[in-house]
Design a protein around this ligand. Structure first.
Ligand code: DAH
Length: 337
């Protein structure tokens, strides 16, 4: 037997004996690696005589092919064995562990629906902080220091004189301070009042503020656009009513009531928003803060509104108690998934 044939048989035996990929790799390096025995024979070829060379060359090729094929074959087998061994400890017929899939909170859903409608109407999104100063929450909104909304009974004050904003109307001021007219924005967010927690009131609640400033904006624009919004939200048969009211930052001021037979308790008028025509004093405050006359009340007019998101969600989803929103009870939340 030629030593090359011996070498091949040794290799094949070692390959057959290899139990895992690591030892197989060892065998491969030993015979086919750069300094492996088969490769060494390749080097040795160069020193052989003319007659011997083709004979050894043929044997060498045969040996290399046989070893390569055996390595491939054995490798596949070893991997398959490893896999079935791993699987043997797993019962793949057992049911899996289901993931808990979350869902959007009803208030978030309400926000998304509302924002989607307002975006179609051309409103951009604006934002402001929950922790505010008195200027943005009250003074700039034509609400004087002696106004009852500013008392400790009504507002959460922080040690540094800041407060938790009592409404999202703060964002009206912040937006106008940084952007000249015309503007058309909504600002969704939380608001806070020092109130007893009960079925219809919560110290933290949620609003969407709206502000539209342009030339010749009037009550007709306000009414038309809020009616459109309410009908998009609650259905075409929704009735919308505007009742006179008072807010320091609007004149005239109105409250918005809706009722719809499509909704539960459909015969009842429900108050869902405050709104009005922006008071000239608000524009003057903004001008003062800006240090210019960008919001000249002689030229610009605007309407504003504040929608009660909790109230709207309670109507739309027929939720009887505002406290449910913050209790994180999965039995409640799953109903809106
Ligand atoms: N900020 C008022 C509130 O929280 C709601 C409101 C009324 C907002 C009239 C407005 C507005 O923008 O024009 O009760």
């Amino acid at each position: 037997m030629h030593p090359l044939e011996q070498l091949r048989d040794d290799a094949l035996r070692e390959i057959e004996a290899a139990r895992d990929e690591k030892s197989l790799e060892g065998v491969r390096v030993k015979y086919l690696g750069k300094t492996g025995s088969v490769s060494e024979w390749g080097e040795r070829m160069k020193t052989l005589g003319k007659e011997e060379r083709p004979v050894v060359g043929k044997l060498l090729n045969q040996a290399r092919n046989a070893v390569t094929a055996a390595l491939d074959q054995r490798g596949e087998k070893v991997r398959a064995e490893k896999e079935s061994e791993a699987l043997s400890t797993i019962d793949i017929s057992l049911p899996g562990t289901p993931h808990e899939i979350g869902a959007l909170h009803p208030l978030t859903q309400m926000w998304q629906r509302s924002i989607e409608i307002f975006r179609r109407m051309g409103f951009a999104l604006a934002d402001g902080p929950d922790i505010e100063d008195e200027w943005h929450c009250f003074d700039a909104l034509n609400t004087p220091p002696e106004h009852p909304a500013r008392t400790e009974q009504d507002t959460f004050y922080l040690a540094d004189g800041c407060l938790l904003r009592t409404h999202t109307s703060t964002v009206q001021i912040r937006t106008m301070e940084s952007v000249p007219p015309p503007i058309r924005v909504i600002a969704p967010g939380a608001a806070y009042r020092n109130e007893e927690l009960n079925a219809t009131h919560s110290p933290q609640f949620h609003q969407i503020e709206g502000l539209y400033v342009d030339e010749n904006v009037g009550v007709a624009d306000l009414k038309g656009e809020l009616e459109f919004f309410m009908r998009e939200l609650f259905g075409a048969e929704t009735e919308v009513e505007f009742r006179p009211h008072f807010f320091p930052f609007t004149e005239p001021s109105l409250e918005v009531y809706v009722r719809s037979k499509a909704l539960k308790g459909g015969e009842q008028w429900i108050e869902v928003a405050g709104c009005g025509i922006v008071h000239p004093a608000v524009f003057e405050s903004v001008n003062k803060a800006r240090g210019d006359d960008a919001y000249d009340p002689e030229r610009w007019s605007g309407y504003a509104f504040g929608l009660g998101m909790d109230r709207l969600a309670m109507i739309l989803f027929d939720i009887p108690d505002i406290r449910l929103f913050a209790q994180n009870d999965l039995r409640f939340l799953r109903q809106f998934a």
